[in-house]
Design a protein around this ligand. Structure first.
Ligand SMILES: Cc1ncc(COP(=O)(O)O)c(C=O)c1O
Length: 393
């Protein structure tokens, strides 16, 4: 006699996740030696002092479990940086939690501030990992679009998608993939809205050190009144060029931090201890926007000349290039460029809930050396000039 129905070995939630969208294209690009202007891998190495300090920590026997909230020296270093970069005072004892990259930080933040069945508003276009994090938390993703003419953050547009079931909202500044850096007015307006509607704001600031043209990075931590409803997620992957060390952090007020730490103790029980000691010796961020400014300008100029619609990135590592004027769909264009021009760009479909909208844009990164960028852009230009370039549309 059979008792009940046999369950699948993979749960529905995990089964629905699927692979990350760019993984397949990226593997083919690696195999064929294509020029990658899609993926934002730090071009350099972590500062030598950090590598030495991490190795020293291992040799000195700091290889066992430590405080899951993060080693105090690293929390203090992060607090010092936040003070220097945003003028914001944060207590490392009670308000900073070190995570295994911003990736864990985002998941921990969502698991802390939502319940299964809640709605989470995701400001779109959005970094691909948000979608899976919302789904893993058992919540429903509700997209809230930026205004595509200039990618402005308009709280009125966001307000129209909030419901009594909205528990949280995720926004990212400087923004991947558009390069927007939201102003104090835009971010303040959004935080006011969240406060009025009882929504917790998860603000991904992993590109905080990359704002061009002297513009300020406006941190959500700079709005003291809103702190009880804000979790800021940061990373050491970007400016410190240690993305493989998997170090990030959550900043939240003490009450929220207590709950975040309870979740984080269950997800990882802490990030790698010797690597935290390594990163702790870095008082300041290792790199900033200067080295990428020429690459950004070159990419904007060349893509615009090829007929893409481009808004100059104010910060971050990426830009979205619109394909409508060229009459090309982004997935077909990416496929054609990979196969025929040896260039990897990212179709923007993973960044939008609406596939049709995603087909209108490709994402590229300018975080590469100028010679690689020039070679890739030359190859794109030749491909688009081919008489049958449109065959991919
Ligand atoms: C917007 C954004 N958030 C979070 C992350 C993940 O950062 P981490 O390496 O700290 O997990 C990335 C990485 O590309 C990103 O672009």
């Amino acid at each position: 006699m059979t008792l009940g129905t046999a369950r699948n070995t993979v749960g529905t939630r995990a089964g629905l996740l699927g692979p990350l969208a760019l993984a397949g294209l990226a593997a083919r690009a690696r195999a064929s030696g294509a020029l990658d202007i899609a993926i934002g891998t730090p071009p350099g190495q972590p500062p030598r002092a950090a590598v030495t300090a991490a190795a020293d920590a291992m040799l000195a026997g700091r290889n066992q479990y430590a405080d899951p909230a993060g080693v105090p020296e690293l929390r203090a270093a992060v607090a010092g940086r936040l003070l220097a970069s945003s003028g914001v005072g944060v207590d490392p004892e009670t308000e900073i939690t070190i995570t295994a990259g911003a990736t864990e930080g985002l998941l921990v933040a969502l698991l802390t501030v939502t319940d299964p069945g809640d709605e989470v508003v995701v400001v779109e276009p959005a970094f691909e990992l948000y979608r899976g994090a919302v789904e893993l938390a058992g919540c429903t993703r509700v997209p809230a679009p930026l205004d595509p003419s200039g990618w402005r953050l308009d709280p009125e547009r966001i307000a129209s998608v909030l419901t009594p079931r909205t528990a949280a909202l995720i926004v990212n500044t400087p923004h991947n993939p558009t390069g927007r850096v939201f102003t104090a007015e835009e971010l303040g307006g959004l935080l006011d809205l969240c406060e009025r509607r009882g929504v917790t704001c998860v603000v991904d600031e992993v590109y905080a050190d990359f704002v061009f043209d002297g513009g300020p990075h406006v941190s959500a931590l700079g709005f003291p009144r809103h702190r009880p409803r804000v979790v800021v997620v940061g990373s050491l992957s970007k400016a410190d060029e240690m993305s493989g060390w998997r170090l990030g952090y959550c900043v939240a007020d003490p009450a929220l931090t207590t709950a975040l730490r309870h979740v984080h103790e269950r997800t990882t029980f802490g990030a790698a201890v010797p690597l935290q000691h390594g990163a702790a010796v870095l008082a300041r961020a290792g790199s900033g926007p200067e080295q990428f400014r020429n690459g950004r300008d070159e990419m904007v100029r060349r893509l615009a000349a090829m007929g893409f619609e481009v808004t100059t990135p104010e910060g971050g590592w990426f830009l979205l290039a619109g394909t409508r004027r060229l009459g090309l769909r982004s997935d077909a264009l990416a496929e054609g460029l990979l196969v025929r021009a040896g260039v990897l760009v990212a179709p923007a479909t993973p960044f939008f809930a609406d596939t049709g909208e995603g087909q209108r844009w490709i994402r590229t990164t300018f975080v590469k050396d100028l010679a690689t960028l020039t070679k890739a852009l030359d190859a794109m230009e030749s491909f688009l000039a081919e008489p049958d370039g449109g065959v991919w549309a």
